[in-house]
Design a protein around this ligand. Structure first.
Ligand code: SF4
Ligand code: SF4
Length: 274
């Protein structure tokens, strides 16, 4: 029997061991429960084969002694789960299906704050414009802002629009747990449409509200976005390997003008081939 995919609802959180959540029931040394949240290991199922430690590209696991446990005397402990890049190799290759990986593990406090600010900017700027008009009263930027907002939304919500249908998320997983590279729709124009959407939304929010507070938040978001993109690319390269390198050569990172030109070229080449 594999690890219970609903363990976070069905099991009781007992506490933490060196920062890693412990899920009961426990009766050590014979019954050790589940360790971890976004990367979780059912220690009672684990046979201590070591496959997960060997294959994990992010070195998330480390051995722990578990003397007198019926299935093995050492077990992998997801000590650095925040480093997990969601490649799902450990989950796929564990011979007893003792591991469950859930996308969207703990974020650093800074990234969490920045994510909230993106949402505040997305809702706050247009809402301010709707309720009070623009702070500076400049009509052209105000209307341009609404146009940019309309353009930005399909990019910003690209994961929701495309991942479920085209990303083939694994059974029982969320839409972000794609198993193939999505190369169509907005992903055929730029590799990170959601980040492009976020930047366009920031601009829209500033133009619509024309308020210094939204400008200030916007600067922070634009400053942090390259870091998020860099991290996402590193993870995707490990997850999809050469296939992602091929996609990188074909589709630009964020330059949507270049992305549209390349997309049209590819379409033309396909028509010529036909
Ligand atoms: S999903 Fe990949 S990165 Fe995350 S713990 Fe498993 S093997 Fe390591
Ligand atoms: S691959 Fe599975 S059985 Fe092997 S050590 Fe890791 S959790 Fe245990």
């Amino acid at each position: 029997m594999p690890i219970d995919s609903d363990f976070q609802k069905k099991r009781k959180k007992i506490g933490k061991e060196k920062g890693v959540v412990v899920w009961g029931p426990l009766d050590p040394p014979k019954k050790l429960g589940i360790r971890g949240s976004n990367v979780a290991v059912d220690l009672d199922l684990c046979t201590g084969c070591g496959v997960c430690l060997k294959i994990c590209p992010a070195q998330v696991y480390e051995w722990r002694e578990t003397a007198e446990h019926p299935t093995s005397d050492k077990k992998p402990f997801p000590a650095k789960a925040t480093k997990c890049i969601c490649c799902y190799q450990c989950e796929k290759q564990c011979p007893v299906q003792a591991i469950r990986v859930i996308f969207g593990g703990p974020q650093s406090p800074f990234d969490m704050l920045a994510s909230y600010l993106v949402m505040a900017q997305l809702i706050g700027g247009p809402l301010y414009g709707l309720l009070f008009g623009s702070y500076l009263g400049l009509a052209i930027p105000f209307y341009v802002g609404w146009i940019i907002l309309a353009v930005s939304l399909p990019f910003f919500f690209s994961p929701v629009l495309y991942f479920k249908r085209r990303g083939k998320p694994a059974e029982g997983k969320g839409i972000m747990d794609t198993t193939v590279i999505v190369e169509s729709g907005t992903y055929g124009i730029v590799r990170h449409p959601q980040f492009l959407g976020a930047i366009l939304t920031v601009c829209a929010s500033i133009f619509i509200s024309q308020h210094w507070l939204f400008a200030l938040i916007g600067i922070l978001i634009v400053w942090v976005t390259p870091k998020w993109i860099r991290e996402a690319e590193e993870n995707l390269l490990v997850k999809f390997g050469d296939e992602y390198k091929r996609y990188m050569e074909k589709v630009p990172r964020m330059n949507f003008v270049l992305g549209i030109i390349r997309l049209l070229r590819r379409k033309k080449e396909l028509e010529v081939e036909k």
